[in-house]
Design a protein around this ligand. Structure first.
Ligand code: GLY
Length: 349
């Protein structure tokens, strides 16, 4: 499955990661206008070390939202609109990622996502609440908000995952609209790709990857959501880590939550988000747990040409992250303050 990844030139990856770093550096102390929601968020690019930051007070001060990549800034703001009013984390995470699913400029999530090799946009998503409930959809086409379908699977069926045509039928039966998710821009990119049809997924660059969002509400309850269009130009039918509880996302309200971004196959083979939560249960900080989950990939898999990043929060409201290669960042919003971007710590060999 990963044979094509081995052909990614390291140099190309480094150049592209360097572009991302340049973007982050350019953003220091700048203001990024985020058209969605009309939000203006000051983006402070700061580096993270393995030392986990620990908020000290409870209630509102402890509440936080954390999510992958720059598109997490607007998602966090939308999530905070729920949490700031005393709402539940599960509602916050759904509202947060929906904003990114609807944004045609984000080409790795929802509407506007890059299609598979057959030109079909196929979506994966999952959601987990504070009670240990979970719902997911995978290989879902034509529905702009797979996260809301996943929520309905969780809330209104005895099942956890619905796939493909069954997931679509379920969505239509529950009032979701059938839409064409292939935007003109994504179609043009696919047609250009088809000329060579070479499989060279570039995880840090496909206009970012999965959005995974974790939130702790004012009641101290934790929930998470994860949604993606998956690898651009993947094989038709491919499902990644994002809709799999324990892989792309895991929440245990006694301990914390974790979510993944990057090459789903590597996350699936290590059940990474479950691993992060279990490591936190054993006493690791979120950053330490994320680092160990990345190290499991590094020890056993061909990691040089793939990116995987984890973010995690624990019950104390501490947070952390780790990734394989530089270039992964996450958005953090605490106490209703302005959102910031944080560069994840990464493996240095
Ligand atoms: N992490 C998203 C995917 O591999 O599909």
């Amino acid at each position: 499955m990963l044979f094509y990844l081995l052909s990614i030139p390291n140099l190309l990856i480094q150049q592209l990661m360097s572009s991302r770093r340049k973007f982050l550096n350019d953003s220091i102390a700048g203001t990024l206008s985020l058209g969605l929601l009309g939000v203006n968020a000051t983006v402070v690019a700061s580096s993270e070390t393995c030392a986990t930051q620990r908020p000290t007070t409870k209630g509102m001060d402890k509440a936080l939202v954390i999510s992958t990549w720059n598109h997490g800034l607007v998602a966090n703001d939308a999530a905070w609109q729920v949490i700031g009013k005393g709402g539940r984390a599960i509602d916050a995470v759904e509202q947060g990622v929906k904003l990114v699913e609807a944004d045609p400029k984000v080409t790795s999530v929802g509407y506007g996502g890059l299609p598979d090799r057959d030109g079909k946009v196929t979506l994966d998503a999952c959601i987990m609440d504070e009670k240990g409930n979970g719902g997911a959809v995978c290989f879902l086409q034509h529905i702009k908000h797979p996260i809301s379908v996943a929520r309905k699977v969780m809330d209104e069926t005895p099942h956890v995952i619905l796939a493909g045509a069954g997931a679509l039928r379920f969505a239509l039966d529950h009032g979701f609209e059938k839409e064409n998710l292939l935007t003109p821009g994504a179609k043009a990119a696919w047609e250009k790709w088809k000329k060579e049809a070479a499989y060279k997924p570039i995880i840090n660059v496909e206009n970012h990857d999965t959005i995974g969002l974790l939130a702790m509400d004012q009641h101290g309850d934790i929930a998470g959501a994860c949604t993606t269009s998956g690898l651009a130009y993947k094989m038709h039918g491919r499902v990644g880590d994002s809709p799999i509880l324990g892989a792309g996302l895991f929440v245990d309200n006694e301990v914390g939550g974790a979510t993944a971004t990057g090459m789903g196959e590597a996350v699936l083979k290590t059940l990474g988000s479950f691993l992060v939560v279990e490591l936190m249960r054993q006493g690791r900080t979120p950053a330490e747990a994320c680092k160990e989950a990345v190290m499991r990939i590094i020890k056993k898999q061909k990691y040089k040409d793939i990116q995987v990043g984890y973010i995690a929060i624990n019950k104390e409201g501490a947070y952390g992250s780790y990734c394989i290669h530089p270039g992964f960042n996450y958005a953090l919003l605490q106490n209703g303050k302005q959102g910031v971007m944080v560069d994840a710590d990464y493996y240095k060999g």
